[in-house]
Design a protein around this ligand. Structure first.
Ligand SMILES: [Zn+2]
Length: 233
């Protein structure tokens, strides 16, 4: 299996699907991460040019910890739109990763960049196999399955499938801790302790399905993209 997780900002994937990615990794899957924006707006004191370097290096550390290949699109934070140049960049990433499964943000998540990330992921994962849409890499034969990740704190999101991440919850947190600057931003800007936020959500989703910690997902249904067996670990 080849898995591609697409997040709007550095640290989104750790919060919303890292436990599941570690489960896939244990099964021998190849994991690819794509971060769409540079995360340059997320701090009170550090200016954007400096911050985007810090966040990129934290994201690389996190990807290394998971053992995943990282793609960074470098779009300006808070300015993510589903437009032609960004679609083509994401199509190229999808063609390089050739995923069987793509994880993306939920369509109704709280942040405009997350909503744009859903639209981009939906479009690019569908279009990537059309040969007449040219990028540097050739088009793959099939369209991957697409799953929405949970929303931040689960608002407006009813999972359809759950993944037991009890055995990988520590790994999820340790991967998240690579994003030191973001943990500080959330503490200063939102008065949030990141491990409490993530732990509460994983525990709550765990209660819903009868395990200690879980992550929740929803399949994006569309013609040609509906599996007949369970795909998630
Ligand atoms: Zn985000």
């Amino acid at each position: 299996m080849r898995i591609l997780a697409i997040g709007a900002h550095p640290d989104d994937l750790e919060i919303l699907c890292a436990g599941t990615l570690f489960r896939y990794k244990e099964q021998g899957a190849e994991i690819f991460l794509c971060i769409l924006t540079d995360g340059s707006a997320g701090h009170r004191l550090i200016p954007p040019a400096k911050l985007k370097k810090i966040r990129s290096s934290e994201a690389r550390e996190a990807a290394k910890f998971l053992g995943a290949k990282l793609f960074e699109l470098g779009i300006k934070d808070e300015m993510l739109f589903d437009n032609e140049p960004t679609r083509l960049k994401l199509i190229e990433v999808i063609r390089k990763a050739r995923p069987d499964v793509v994880f993306c943000h939920a369509q109704n998540d709280y942040h405009p960049d997350h909503q744009a990330a859903f639209q981009l992921s939906f479009a690019a994962s569908f279009i990537a196999n059309l040969k007449n849409v040219k990028t540097r890499t050739v088009a793959p034969e099939k369209v991957p399955y697409l799953y929405e990740m949970d929303t931040l704190t689960g608002i407006g999101f009813e999972p359809e499938e759950y993944v037991d991440i009890s055995g990988n919850y520590r790994n999820k947190l340790n991967m998240l801790f690579r994003h030191k600057s973001q943990a500080k931003w959330l503490a200063d800007h939102d008065k949030i302790i990141i491990e409490e936020l993530v732990g509460t959500q994983a525990r709550f989703r765990g209660y819903q399905c009868g395990v200690k910690f879980a992550e929740g997902f929803r399949l994006v249904r569309g013609w040609g993209r509906i599996p007949t067996t369970r795909i998630l670990p």
